[in-house]
Write a protein that binds this ligand. Structure first.
Ligand code: AMP
Ligand code: GLY
Length: 430
């Protein structure tokens, strides 16, 4: 098979890394890729949102399977356009990708099909939303409807903060047309977890549970980022909770999408809050998580390309994935200043050193220079993943490896995985 992966982050590096181990795969292209990906795939200089050029490339190079990393092209209809030309592509159609593309659509669907989530009210008019903010209890959550690169949600402790958030979304329009509608949502208390499954529209094949760390600072303080680290499996997700997530959330969601005439094929990612009343949906994403993918794919024993290809050609999937009975932990090394302003172009040291078969250094914001150096080129620079037979060993190895890589003003959280430890209570069994 000739496979094309679209994207240039740590998630896409992890996908390419996994695909490179498949006996079915003869050639991997990545558009546009990054220096880490370039060691495993041929990188082509096409941006992920340039759908016409991606389409021509896939047709001319007889690509058998295209896998899309980021949400933008999915929401903009890349799957519909590839399929119209008879090309096989793994991911949801634009109508199905609305599950991520419009929070208002998702809230409507969850409400209609009685899938547990936070109560909310949707507003199209600023004044009505503004009045409602006087009535709610705090903290409350204010969200822009559309895509906002993960930044469209504001957790507001006070009325004043909520008004500021509303103004940013609806008046200043900092997210453009994504702020035409706004959601004011009940604040849910609990621990978060990510559940990611591959679905053919009817059946779901699950990856292990995972937990992301969205805030920039230790103890979940500071502004949200794309994700500063992850581990899998997430022990907060007991077998009983996983069963509830399947029967109360994931299966009803794919069935609802069929009933809504938006059959959903591809990756379904549920961001969950584990509340005192059970698991509730925070959001759905229509793609793999980043950095969750960097811990999930190293735990998959099977050839995931085969599964994705089966979905892409419209066939049904049945079996569950065979997994390694291990743990994985990823620590993201970011540029100092991220998610605010930061400098690019810092030389990265330590990448050439082999760190061991249990360590994977996934590139995200990196770039090669003409004289062969690798320099920083983004907020999240690297995702350092370790895999081990127990949680503590995975954590220790990940941080050991992080210590071997340096660049000026490198920053990483020191507390990735600590939340898991309180659930483990001395046991290292899954
Ligand atoms: P979202 O933009 O919906 O993915 O939300 C981003 C983050 O905001 C989530 O990962 C949660 O940490 C937090 N969040 C969103 N909605 C709620 C809610 N209703 N209650 C508590 N936290 C929330
Ligand atoms: N890790 C959060 C996301 O991928 O949206």
């Amino acid at each position: 098979m000739r496979v094309l992966v679209i994207g240039n982050g740590g998630r896409e590096h992890a996908l390419v890394w996994k695909f490179s181990q498949s006996i079915l795969v003869e050639k991997i292209y990545c558009a546009p890729g990054n220096p880490g990906i370039r060691e495993l795939a041929e990188c082509i200089d096409i941006a992920p949102d340039d759908i016409p050029s991606l389409l021509s490339f896939a047709a001319e190079n007889e690509v058998d399977l295209t896998v899309v990393g980021p949400e933008g092209p999915l929401v903009n209809g890349i799957v519909d356009q590839f399929e119209a030309k008879g090309l096989h592509i793994f991911g949801p159609s634009a109508r199905a990708a609305e599950l991520e593309g419009s929070k208002v659509f998702t809230k409507y669907l969850l409400d209609k099909y009685h899938i547990p989530t936070a109560d909310c009210i949707v507003f199209e008019k600023y004044e009505e939303a503004r009045d409602y903010l006087n009535e709610v209890s705090y903290p409350t959550v204010v969200k822009a409807d559309g895509l906002a690169a993960g930044k469209g949600t504001f957790i507001c402790a006070t009325l004043e903060e909520a008004v500021t958030a509303l103004d940013k979304i609806m008046i200043e329009r900092i997210f453009g047309k994504s702020g035409k509608k706004v959601i004011v949502e009940e604040f849910m208390q609990g621990e978060e977890a990510s559940i990611i499954a591959i679905t053919d529209g009817e059946n779901l094949v699950y990856l292990p549970s995972a937990q992301d760390h969205k805030a920039i600072f230790d103890n979940d303080e500071g502004p949200n980022t794309g994700g500063m680290g992850a581990y899998a499996p997430a022990p907060v997700m007991t077998d009983a909770l996983l069963e509830r997530v399947h029967t109360e959330i994931m299966l009803p969601a794919v069935r609802a999408m069929v009933l809504e005439n938006r059959p959903y094929r591809g990756v379904l990612y549920a961001g969950l809050m584990i509340t005192a009343d059970g698991p509730k949906v925070v959001e759905f994403n229509c793609r793999f998580g980043d950095p969750e993918t960097q811990v999930l794919l190293p735990l998959v024993r099977d050839d995931i390309v085969e599964l994705m290809h089966t979905v892409a050609i419209g066939k049904l999937i049945k079996s569950q994935l065979n997994l390694h009975n291990d743990w994985a932990m990823c620590v993201v090394i970011a540029s100092g200043g991220y998610p605010g302003r930061y400098e690019n172009g810092q030389e990265i040291f330590g990448l050439e050193r082999p760190l061991g078969d249990d360590i994977m250094v996934f590139h995200a914001g990196t770039k090669s220079t003409e004289d062969g150096k690798v320099v920083t080129n983004g907020g999240r620079v690297l995702g350092v993943t370790a895999r081990a037979g127990d949680f503590y060993a995975a954590r220790e190895r990940a941080y050991w490896a992080v210590g071997k890589i340096t660049f000026d003003k490198a920053y990483y959280r020191k507390d990735i995985g600590l939340k898991a430890q309180k659930h483990l209570q001395g046991s290292t069994k899954k």
